[in-house]
Design a protein around this ligand. Structure first.
Ligand code: SAM
Length: 230
C-alpha cells in the first residue's frame, strides 16, 4: 500500500516502462508497479547501505528479482546504456539534491528518458535546473498527503532552448495555469511565513536593504498569484 504521494508518482510512470527509481529506499514504488504488471523492468538505486538492503529484501520477499534489480551507488551512477531506460523517478528528496544528482550523472542520460521528479522542497531551484538543461516541463501536480504539500514535476529533454518566466520558475508553469486548493494552501502558507520574516526584519538593526526589497517583491508576487488563483 503506497502513500498518496507515492501513488501519485506511480500514476505518472508510463505503462510498461523500463524504470530507474533513484533513492528508492524500500523499493516500494517499483515493487508496487511490478506487482500491478505496470512496468517491464526496474532498477532500485540506493547510495546508503541500509536502505539498499531494505530494497533488496523487499524485492526478494515479493518474489520480484526477475523484474527489479537493486543497485548500490550514487545517483545515476547505477544506470548503464544497456538498461535501455525510458523513465527515471527521483522522489522524496530536496530539489537541490535532485538537481545535484542530475548534474553529477548527466552523461548517463541518453536524453530520451522521461523524468518524474518529486522534490520535497526547493522546487524553484529544480525548475531552474531543468530550464538550464533544456528540459521542458510537460506536466506538474500538487497534492496534500498527511498534512504535507508535495509537487511532482514531469520533464523531457528538448532539441532547442527552453524558456520559463521567473513567475513560472517560482510557482510552476502548469500549476500556475491550473491552480488547485493544495496550490492555494501552499502559497497562503508561504506568504504568511514571508510576512512574518519581513516583520521581524523591520524590527532588527542593520538589515541589508536588498534583503528587504527582495522579500517585499516575493510577497507581492505571491499575492498577485493568489489573487488570480481564486
Ligand atoms: N524515493 C522514496 C520515496 O519517495 O518515498 C524514498 C525517499 S527517501 C526520503 C530518500 C532516499 O534517497 C534515501 O533512502 C536516501 O538514502 C536516498 N538517496 C539520497 N541521496 C542519494 C543519492 N545520491 N543516490 C541514491 N540515493 C540517494
Amino acid at each position: 500500500h503506497l502513500s498518496k504521494r507515492l501513488a501519485a508518482v506511480a500514476k505518472r510512470v508510463p505503462d510498461q516502462a523500463r524504470l530507474a527509481d533513484i533513492g528508492s529506499d524500500h523499493a516500494y514504488l517499483p515493487v508496487f508497479l511490478a506487482k500491478q504488471h505496470r512496468i517491464q523492468w526496474a532498477i532500485a538505486g540506493e547510495v546508503v547501505a541500509g536502505p539498499f538492503e531494505n530494497a533488496r529484501s523487499e524485492i526478494v520477499s515479493q518474489g520480484l528479482t526477475e523484474q527489479i534489480e537493486a543497485r548500490l551507488g550514487d545517483g545515476l551512477a547505477v544506470i548503464n546504456p544497456q538498461d535501455q531506460l525510458d523513465t527515471i523517478v527521483i522522489a522524496g528528496m530536496g530539489g537541490t539534491l535532485i538537481s545535484d544528482i542530475l548534474t553529477r550523472g548527466w552523461q548517463k542520460l541518453s536524453g530520451s528518458e522521461r523524468l518524474i521528479l518529486q522534490p520535497n522542497v526547493g522546487e524553484a531551484h529544480l525548475r531552474q535546473w531543468l530550464v538550464q538543461h533544456q528540459y521542458r516541463i510537460t506536466s506538474e501536480e500538487i497534492l496534500k498527503d498527511e498534512g504535507h504539500i508535495y509537487e511532482i514535476i514531469m520533464a523531457v529533454k528538448m532539441a532547442a532552448p527552453v524558456h520559463l518566466t521567473d513567475q513560472q520558475i517560482q510557482f510552476g508553469p502548469q500549476l500556475l495555469a491550473q491552480p488547485n486548493t493544495a496550490f492555494v494552501e501552499k502559497w497562503q502558507h508561504e506568504l504568511a511565513r514571508r510576512q512574518r520574516v519581513l516583520a521581524s526584519l523591520k524590527q532588527a538593526h542593520h538589515v541589508p536593504a536588498e534583503k528587504v526589497t527582495m522579500l517585499t517583491e516575493t510577497i507581492a508576487s505571491i499575492k498577485e498569484v493568489l489573487a488570480h488563483a481564486r
